[in-house]
Design a protein around this ligand. Structure first.
Ligand SMILES: [Zn+2]
Length: 402
């Protein structure tokens, strides 16, 4: 009874919650010299493209940037030589910190020389400038290139990195899939304004001690589960025509679209997976969902979106999508190639589905309800608006399946 077919494409959906990775490509053409305490940076031309994060963050004040610190050690000072009868502070053959492999060869990665920064215009801010294990960077006006598989990047004021320069400098955004602090050893995750555009903020890595209070309890739980995520900005948007209402997202995160081996794709089984913008509670629910589906051999989930700052259709009540607290599930692909779509395979109004994909879909909806992975699950049984997806949300205090 298994039928292979193309997945439905929801062309009319207005939901967008896409990652902000920029395609590697155009990079800056500059000549750059770095001298102790100073990164002199030529003006940037032909900046790389970067898709701005969506949702667009609202203005947040720049958290007290240090305009011109001078962390540079005195170059004339003699090196400290340990006493003969004391072990050296750092054994010469000490293994490198494993987080030094984060973004290796790319922006935010460790380096000793410019040649360690393997991209056009790559510059190494060395450890002598106060950047622990060195930091690969690139001068920037506003935008920095990204590289597939590496943490995304951000253009910060040079003072945020403890150097002076006449342009911004690229660093990596915090990535909690790569490191439990979100950053390499010797760096801290901090909410920073974009160079020249301080109202646009992102969590990015700068030299310093990690902040133990950075993550919410929910985000700590996500970290403890080994989830691959980055901290996101709360968009604090408003539904169209309703400036008095706010789409306040709880502890928002960008979640890697591959969760416990299950790949989430938007609107089509062939769509390129993009990072998922979600409230932290939804991220935990997606982790539970992925674990449940992985046990059943599911490899791919087709979803119809998470975040959308809007009312419930036909009402003036805020949708749980407005809080990135809901996901619409349209279909599932299993390792044997079998597919089950809500649109084609769900057997509405049937207590005991007769087809295999129909039975599987009924099992998914029932298990999400019984295991309380979601609080509300609406299927095609609920109304025609749900003929092609299961709406799954975390409405507080609810326990409802139809
Ligand atoms: Zn929905």
């Amino acid at each position: 009874m298994l039928r292979a077919r193309l997945w439905p494409i929801a062309a009319a959906l207005s939901v967008t919650a896409l990652a902000c990775d920029a395609a590697p490509g155009d990079v800056l053409s500059t000549t750059t010299t770095v001298r102790p305490g100073t990164a002199a940076v030529a003006s940037a031309i032909d900046p790389p493209t970067e898709t701005p994060p969506d949702p667009d963050p609202d203005p947040v004040p720049d958290p007290d940037p240090d305009p011109d610190p001078d962390p540079d050690p005195d170059p004339e000072a003699p090196p400290e030589i340990p006493e003969d009868d004391e072990p050296p502070a750092t054994p010469p053959d000490a293994p490198p910190d494993p987080t030094d492999a984060v973004n290796a060869g790319f922006i935010g990665g460790a380096c000793a020389t410019d040649s360690d920064c393997a991209y056009t215009g790559g510059v190494c801010l060395g450890a002598s400038l106060g950047l622990p294990s060195g930091l690969c960077t690139l001068p920037c006006d506003r935008l920095c290139p990204d590289r597939a598989g590496a943490a995304t990047t951000f253009c910060v004021a040079p003072g945020d990195l403890g150097v002076t320069a006449d342009a911004g400098l690229c660093t990596m955004r915090c990535d909690f899939g790569a490191s439990v602090t979100g950053c390499r050893a010797g760096y801290r995750c901090e909410l920073l304004g974009r160079h020249g555009e301080p109202d646009t903020t992102q969590y990015a890595c700068v030299p310093g001690e990690p902040d133990d209070a950075l993550l919410s309890p929910c985000q700590e739980e996500l970290l403890a589960r080994g989830a691959d995520f980055a901290l996101a900005q709360n968009p604090m948007d408003h539904p169209d025509g309703h400036p008095e209402l706010t789409c306040d997202v709880e502890d928002p995160v960008w979640l890697d679209p591959v969760i416990r081996g299950v790949t989430f794709r938007y609107a089509s089984a062939t769509a390129t997976p993009k990072k998922l913008f979600a409230s932290c509670p939804l991220a935990l629910a997606l982790d539970d969902l992925a674990a449940m589906l992985a046990e059943q051999g599911v490899t791919d989930v087709v979803d119809l979106g998470i975040y959308n700052c809007r009312f419930i259709a036909g009402s003036t009540k805020m949708s749980q999508h407005a809080f990135a607290n809901a996901i619409d599930l349209a279909g599932f692909v299993r390792a044997d190639g079998s597919v089950a779509t809500v649109l084609h395979d769900f057997e509405a109004g049937v207590a005991f589905p007769v087809t295999e994909p129909g039975a599987f879909l009924a099992w998914v909806a029932g298990t999400l309800y019984e295991d309380r992975i979601f609080n509300i699950i609406l299927t095609p049984n609920y109304n025609d608006a749900h003929r092609d997806h299961f709406h799954c949300d975390l409405t507080p205090g609810s326990h409802f399946l139809e």
